[in-house]
Write a protein that binds this ligand. Sequence first.
Ligand SMILES: [Zn+2]
Ligand SMILES: [Zn+2]
Length: 305
Amino acid sequence: MSISVKILGSNSASFAHNRHQTSQVVEIDNIFFLVDCGEGTQIQAKRYNVKISKIDYILISHLHGDHYYGLIGLISTMHLYGRRKTLTLIGPPGLLEIITLQLKHSGTNLAFKINLIEWKVGIQELILDLPKLTIKTIPMNHSISCSGYLFEEKENLRRLNVNCLPEQLTPFEIKTLKSGADLLNADGSVRYVNQLVTLPPKKHDSYAFCSDTRHQPEILNWIKGVDLLYHETTFMNDLVQRAQKTYHSTTNQAGQLAAAAKVKKLIIGHFSTRYRDLTPLLDEVKACFDKTYLATEGSIFKTDD
Ligand SMILES: [Zn+2]
Ligand SMILES: [Zn+2]
């Protein structure tokens, strides 16, 4: 499997220079996750051919408006479009209260169920366990409770090597081989050595979304070796003091973290409105970590590219 990330928005604070606020769609094995939902996300989804009916999970990093003000609009549209299947909403404490209040005062009785999972502040936890992947939280260092998300595919099974596979295997024997065990005769002796008839499992990929945060080296422990890292880069390096004061990161900090964590690719976003041209930011990060890309709207990043 591979993980794909489609960017719908990547500006901080407000809409500026034709850039919308944070939102992206992560797709793994045909399951669609919306990560953050800044204002205008449903318009961006339409623009970039994302079917909102396919989104079954929405993950919110924190309750600053640039990361979730599009949420109630999107939920309302899902309702108007006749959604019936459950929507899982993952986010910080307080999210349920906000959504409930908005629905209550607009007199909306949703035709679908919301399964809300609020994470615990300040600790990493397994927040979602699906058959083929898990999602863990990544505690951020921000002015309010904030969390990133680590998407990890589960380890895949061994693959049958069709060129040297014995004929007429039973379903149980196939399952045994895929699990990595040898096939045995009734007397316990080895009939087929697993490694001679199977191939290693396909690589399992990972993606880390690091939302608004001050530079904190501890993040390294949670994102080591991921295939794809998204990290905020609100400011250029000359504004390192300002970044510290406002709980954000700079170009150098994001690049150095990606290099130290030995990730394969880095996507930078959450750009300050003060930057119309993003090339200087990209250049600064690339000086620390070459495989860096701007989170421009409509861009798609894949773990197997
Ligand atoms: Zn923000
Ligand atoms: Zn924020």
